[in-house]
Ligand binder design. Structure first.
Ligand SMILES: Nc1ncnc2c1ncn2[C@@H]1O[C@H](COP(=O)(O)OP(=O)(O)OP(=O)(O)O)[C@@H](O)[C@H]1O
Ligand SMILES: [Mg+2]
Length: 245
């Protein structure tokens, strides 16, 4: 089991119904993520990136296909089991952060640990340290509803990391950040990936960031393609021309 990848998705399919139409969003997506690996997922708006992340994180179920975590199959498990899995192993940064606006930055970051009954003092120290690492040491006691969009994004990142997940699923975590803050976030994730073997699957439209990751995958027409353009191997070869010679 220990040789198994951290995360493995096999032939994931997901469609949505809209009136009489069916939109096929994921069309037999395969993905293997190794511990500590940093993967960027890019693709046009509406190509299915959020849908894929939600399925990889067990927040949504595929119509068909299978999902494994450290070799253990997750597909078909009941919701309490999946909630336990998410809590123990996965950090999420959602496209729209879902912070609790009435709570402070520090309380938001502590929240997953409080829900899990972690000792308060150690949790507070850890949350504070993470907020400092993302550049928000001066904003610990601000209510999150009073923070800027980029500050909220960084609080969401700290919250996603507070339980020491093995896998971070991040949906556009640097979309509202200036270059310096975006670099700081990337540096932190790279450190965690090297030091703690944190694997990261990050949806981003920032090509510089995507290029700095270990690999880039493009979601297009329901499939994941290596690198930044649809894989040529998926296209039939053109017929030979006679005009070459
Ligand atoms: N609950 C839903 N019901 C019906 N259609 C949906 C639903 N959720 C998503 N879709 C459709 O599925 C497609 C993929 O959506 P998704 O949110 O995964 O795209 P995305 O790649 O994350 O886009 P963006 O870059 O804009 O965030 C879109 O065409 C969207 O309209
Ligand atoms: Mg999205």
């Amino acid at each position: 089991m220990n040789d198994a990848p951290l995360l493995q998705a096999e032939a994931l399919c997901r469609s949505y119904r809209s009136g009489d139409d069916t939109i096929v969003v994921l069309d037999r997506v395969d993905l293997v993520v190794q511990p500590g690996e940093m993967t960027a997922i890019v693709g046009a708006s509406g190509s299915g990136k959020t849908t894929l992340l939600q399925i990889l994180g067990t927040l949504d179920a595929p119509d068909s296909g299978r999902l494994f975590f450290r070799g253990r199959e997750l597909t078909g498990k009941n919701e309490p089991d999946l909630a336990g899995h998410r809590n123990a192993h996965i950090g999420f940064i959602f496209q729209f952060h879902h912070l609790l606006p009435e709570f402070t930055a520090l309380e938001n970051v502590m929240m997953p640990g409080l829900i899990n009954g972690r000792p308060r003092t150690a949790l507070k120290e850890k949350a504070q340290h993470l907020l400092e690492q993302v550049g928000l040491g001066e904003r610990l006691h601000h209510r999150s509803g009073e923070l800027s969009g980029g500050e909220q994004q960084r609080v969401a990142l700290a919250r996603a990391l507070v339980m020491d997940p093995a896998l971070l699923l991040a949906d556009e975590p640097t979309g509202n950040l200036d270059a310096a803050s975006g670099n700081r976030v990337f540096t932190l994730l790279r450190e965690l990936s090297s030091n703690l073997n944190l694997a990261v699957v990050m949806v981003t439209h920032n090509m510089d960031l995507a290029r700095a990751m270990d690999r880039r995958l493009t979601l297009a027409e329901g499939r994941l393609h290596p690198d930044s353009s649809p894989a040529s191997g998926d296209r039939p070869c053109p017929p030979p021309t006679t005009a070459d010679r």
